[in-house]
Every structure is written in structure tokens, then in C-alpha cells.
Design a protein around this ligand. Structure first.
Ligand code: PMP
Length: 322
């Protein structure tokens, strides 16, 4: 669908996937006025297709839109459009455990204009892509590199917004980490370079002193929908949840003293990703043998995927039929 100042959203339609034309001066190409979302459709064991907490994604899309001076969408209309699209393409929702149909709503500034200001016209579209199982041979821990130099987001910036610029800013450090054999970069806060923020496309959780500790939402990290779900499930499992930023020192001292027993990332792509080791300034700590996911990590993964794929009941109504 398209937006023009004075006219609002118009021309909503579903059409076959194809390239579209954009004016070379479209403002998104120069000033990165862009937002997106990521959610999944799952095929449950009974064959039905469901979405996971899609209203949360649509609400976050609108929060991103506000911060990026972009027009909001009608949440009910947008959610219904996503459902209609997935229903039409239901055959692409794969069957086996861990597979899904990834849904990517996007909004870009399409007005042709050389000059920095919010655009007057926008294009909003949703594309789909089937995705294979993230873990082929069971969930496997990742190696994380903690950057002591690069930062992803500062207070007052756009860290909590799902906008392309944040990801562009993270590429250089991610490539450096990959060249050194690490899977992900863990970002520290921009001010003190001390407190854990988040990882690439995941929020971070730690089992510290038997409690689930995760970084608070204060504008620099994404309010992850998997994070929200995991915090609820952890509380239901009887774990105390603490929203506070762990320091790098706490990670290293915690692992060495046995106070930090598990660490994992949470995100739509992986659901739960156990961490096997952290490296910071040339020093490495391993969690357990670095190869086996912790007990709490595995239980949270099994519970959340169980709800998504229909093996377990869904008491919170997170799963929505398409
Ligand atoms: N942080 C960032 C920077 C991300 O891109 C993502 C993925 N959307 C997450 C955290 C996790 O968010 P969610 O659980 O909603 O996928």
C-alpha cells in the first residue's frame, strides 16, 4: 500500500512477488527512513497454520514508525492483511519442526527529494520466505565476541527501533567477529562500555545466582517479542526474573565462580540460542563444556517451540490462527 500526505494510506493490494521501481532520489536511499518487522507462521502438528503474537509485531511497527517520523498503519487492518497474505500462500508454510514461513513487513520513504526532512510519501509492503530449521542437529551453543570498541546504540538514538540503520552500523564489527571465528557480536552500552545490551538480532538472558537476568528496556535495545515470552515462561517455571544490565566483569567472574551457569539469546529467527563461550579483550570463558545447552535454556526452548507448534497448550493466547 502507498501513503501520500493529505491522502493517507491507499491502494492496498496483494500482488505476485516482483521487483518494483523506485525513483533514484527516493529519500529512503539517502536518509535511511525505513522500518521493518520480522515474524513467523508455523504449521502445527494438526496441519493448521498459525502466527505467533502478531499483534505485538504490528504494535512495534507503529512504535518504530513514530520514532522515524513515518505514518502509522491501522493495526487491525495491517494484521488482517498479513493473515490474508499468509492464507493465500499457505502451501509455503513448511511442515517439519523448526521450519516456518518468515514474514517481513517493511515501510520505506518513497518521495523523491534531496534534502533531509521526513518524506511526504511512503511505500509499505509485506514479503514472505519459507525458512528451514535453524538448528539441524538439535540446539547448539554459539561463540560470542564482546566488542570493547564498536557500539550499536546510544541513549537518545534509535537502538530500540527496528530500522535498517542500526543493522548497517553493526556490519563492520560483525564481519570482524566472523573473521575471528565467532558467531555473534555482543554489544555493550555506548557510555560505559561495560553493561550488556544485546546481540546481533537477539536479546540476551543469563542464569545468574539461579535467577534469569536480562538487560532492561531503556531505549537502546529492541523490545523483543521472544524476550517478553521467555520472561513470562521463566516466571511460570518458578524462576525469579531480574531486568538489569549485567557487566562484562560479572560474566567472566560469574562463570569462573559458578554463579553464572547459563546464557542464551532470544529472537524470532532462533527462538532461543544457547551461548557456549564469550571472548572479551582476548580472554575467553566457556559455559559448561561449551557444547551442551544448559537445562533451563533447553526447557525454555522446548516450552516456547512447543506452544508455537501446538505440542503444548497456549494459556496466554499467543498463537493466532491465520
Ligand atoms: N534485537 C534485535 C536487534 C533484533 O533484530 C531482534 C530480532 N527482531 C531481536 C532483538 C529479537 O526480537 P524478537 O524476539 O522480536 O524477534
Amino acid at each position: 500500500m502507498e501513503y501520500d500526505a493529505g491522502r493517507g494510506w491507499h491502494s492496498a493490494r496483494i500482488q505476485p512477488y516482483a521487483p518494483f521501481t523506485l525513483d533514484p532520489a527516493a529519500m529512503v536511499l539517502h536518509y535511511a527512513q525505513e522500518i521493518f518487522e520480522g515474524l513467523k507462521a508455523f504449521r502445527r502438528e494438526d496441519g493448521s497454520v498459525v502466527l505467533f503474537r502478531p499483534a505485538d509485531n504490528v504494535a512495534r511497527f507503529n512504535r518504530s514508525a513514530r520514532r522515524m517520523c513515518m505514518p502509522e498503519v491501522d493495526e487491525e487492518f495491517f494484521l488482517d492483511a498479513i493473515r490474508q497474505l499468509v492464507r493465500l500462500e499457505e502451501r509455503w508454510v513448511p511442515r517439519s519442526h523448526g521450519t516456518s514461513l518468515y514474514i517481513r513487513p517493511t515501510m520505506i520513504a518513497s518521495e523523491p527529494m534531496l534534502g533531509v526532512r521526513p518524506a511526504d510519501s511512503y511505500l509499505c509492503y509485506v514479503i514472505l520466505s519459507p525458512v528451514g530449521a535453524y538448528y539441524k542437529g538439535g540446539i547448539a551453543p554459539v561463540k560470542i565476541w564482546i566488542s570493547d570498541f564498536y557500539v550499536r546504540a546510544a541513549h537518545g538514538g534509535t537502538g530500540e527501533v527496528k530500522t535498517g540503520g542500526n543493522y548497517a552500523a553493526s556490519l563492520y564489527a560483525a564481519r570482524e567477529a566472523a573473521e575471528r571465528g565467532y558467531d555473534q557480536v555482543l554489544w555493550l552500552d555506548a557510555k560505559h562500555k561495560r553493561y550488556v545490551e544485546e546481540v546481533g538480532s537477539m536479546n540476551m538472558c543469563f542464569v545468574f545466582d539461579g535467577k534469569l537476568v536480562t538487560s532492561p528496556l531503556h531505549g537502546t535495545i529492541l523490545d523483543g517479542i521472544t524476550r517478553r515470552s521467555i520472561l513470562t515462561l521463566a516466571r511460570e517455571m518458578g524462576l525469579e526474573v531480574e531486568e538489569r544490565a549485567l557487566t562484562v566483569d560479572e560474566i567472566f567472574e560469574g562463570v569462573e565462580s559458578g554463579r553464572l551457569t547459563e546464557a542464551f539469546g532470544t529472537g524470532t529467527a532462533v527462538v532461543v540460542s544457547p551461548v557456549g563461550q564469550f571472548t572479551y579483550q582476548g580472554k575467553t570463558v566457556r559455559l559448561g563444556d561449551g557444547e551442551t545447552p544448559g537445562e533451563i535454556t533447553r526447557k525454555l526452548y522446548d516450552t516456547l517451540t512447543g506452544i508455537q507448534y501446538g505440542r503444548l497448550p497456549d494459556p496466554h493466547g499467543w498463537v493466532v490462527a491465520v
